[in-house]
Design a protein around this ligand. Structure first.
Ligand SMILES: [Zn+2]
Ligand SMILES: [Zn+2]
Length: 427
């Protein structure tokens, strides 16, 4: 079959009533292949199930069939599909209709709609309007929306909510990306928490996927780039990372994206798309493309990244020896002591959190990240090289973990500081 070829045959009458239709062919083993076009107006015969009193989950045919809606007193229709319903539904004065455009692909961002769709369902039911949530087949996208509602209503885990929904409609099957989003929703206590590290990683991987395609950071992904921590803020964070050479603040502790130290002897990463693990919920980072970056790009020093990280302690000893007794020496000693009293880092290491390289969120001072897919990160004040970034390939930490996408600062080029100072404004 050629790419883009339309192979949809008549789907009507083809969906088994109790079978397991998929909205998308999941594996080579799938016996039924659907390729749908916008011209298709049917997702098979009317097919819907009542999941909760008044809450129905079904296919597009059910949603477009006014007699069905009328018979079941359905007066709210929530569409999660690539095209909206026909006008006889959307413009029907007796129906409250909500449309979310979404494809059944793992990278589709459904989690951002969960709070909204949960409110739509809850408010409709409170007003005694029966609700139909549907997509094309009522298997993946709309099931995800209904599971998110059930999870929030009963404070259930993904698995428990899935079982509850499956007991009413046994072939529901969210795609792997949606499963991860549902799990992330439960981790965030059934709301979007922009500060949640796993949510940040999820957004970042979505953005990276867009950068792969567009070769630059698209406007609708700009939210992943966080403000420059050196710009004056009302409540500056006490723990910051500075350029070791010029002391400019280059990151705060909350900008760090931590990862677990890879245990020795771990099997190497598989080479495939990361969206089975979009939320970063797995302990290892094996779902990333791998780039065994022995060197940090082509730095003039040619120093290996791992070596750079490991030599941080040595460099510190040397420069302490060279210090001269003066006021600046005292300041230097205070600064060093603030570095060496990095208790949180030590305790992190005990928890298996790696601190060999500081992976961070993308930050506004990293100007090259907006229009390049990979490159080096230079201190915006003194232009010394601080690290690198890569939107499109995974970067291997000296611990062995592979991080994708990656924005990192080399510890030997930066310093951890707990000394609260006025946050410096640097442009
Ligand atoms: Zn600097
Ligand atoms: Zn690591």
């Amino acid at each position: 079959m050629h790419e883009g070829e339309i192979v949809i045959k008549k789907v009507q009458g083809h969906v088994p009533k109790s079978g397991a239709p998929r909205e998308k062919p999941p594996t080579k083993d799938a016996t039924i292949t659907y390729r749908l076009t916008r011209d298709d107006i049917s997702g098979g015969p009317v097919n819907l199930d009542e999941i909760e009193p008044g809450l129905w989950l079904g296919n597009v045919t059910a949603a477009a069939d006014l007699p069905t809606l009328e018979k079941l007193a359905i007066r709210s229709v929530l569409t999660i599909d690539s095209c909206p319903l026909p006008a006889h539904v959307t413009e029907n004065p007796g129906l409250r209709v909500k449309y979310i455009q979404a494809s059944d692909v793992p990278r589709e961002d459904l989690i951002k709609h969960f709070e909204d769709t949960n409110n739509f369902i809850r408010e409709s039911l409170e007003e005694e309007r029966n609700v139909l949530v549907h997509c094309y087949f009522g298997v993946s996208r709309s099931a995800t929306i209904v599971i998110a509602y059930i999870m929030n209503k009963y404070k259930l885990t993904y698995d428990a909510a899935l079982q509850r929904v499956k007991s009413k409609r046994r072939f529901v099957m969210p795609n792997p990306g949606f499963i991860n989003q549902l799990k992330l929703f439960s981790i965030m206590n059934y709301r979007i928490d922009p500060q949640n590290e796993k949510y940040k990683l999820f957004r970042l991987k979505l953005a990276a996927d867009n950068v792969r395609k567009a070769k630059r950071l698209p406007v609708n992904c700009m939210d992943v780039v966080k403000p420059d921590p050196a710009v004056t803020q009302e409540t500056p964070e006490p723990i910051v990372y500075r350029c070791r050479k010029c002391r400019r603040v280059v990151a705060t502790k909350s900008n760090l994206l931590t990862h677990k130290q890879k245990p020795p002897g771990h099997s190497p990463a598989k080479h495939h798309n990361s969206f089975g693990d979009v939320a970063g919920l797995n302990d290892d980072e094996s779902d990333t493309e791998q780039q065994l970056s022995k060197e940090d790009g082509v730095a003039p020093s040619g120093s290996a990244e791992g070596t750079a990280a490991d030599s941080a302690a040595t460099e510190e000893k040397v420069s302490c020896k060279e210090s001269v007794p003066s006021m600046s020496h005292v300041t230097e000693q205070m600064r060093r002591s603030s570095i060496s009293s990095d208790q949180s880092q030590r305790s992190s290491e005990k928890d298996g959190i790696c601190s060999k390289i500081y992976f961070t969120e993308p930050l506004a001072w990293m100007t090259d990240i907006f229009h390049n897919t990979q490159g080096r990160l230079y201190c915006p004040k003194c232009t010394v090289k601080l690290g690198s970034f890569n939107w499109v390939m995974a970067t291997k930490c000296p611990c062995g973990a592979e991080i994708y996408p990656a924005f990192y600062l080399v510890p030997s080029k930066t310093e951890y500081s707990t000394v609260v100072q006025n946050v410096q404004v640097t442009v």
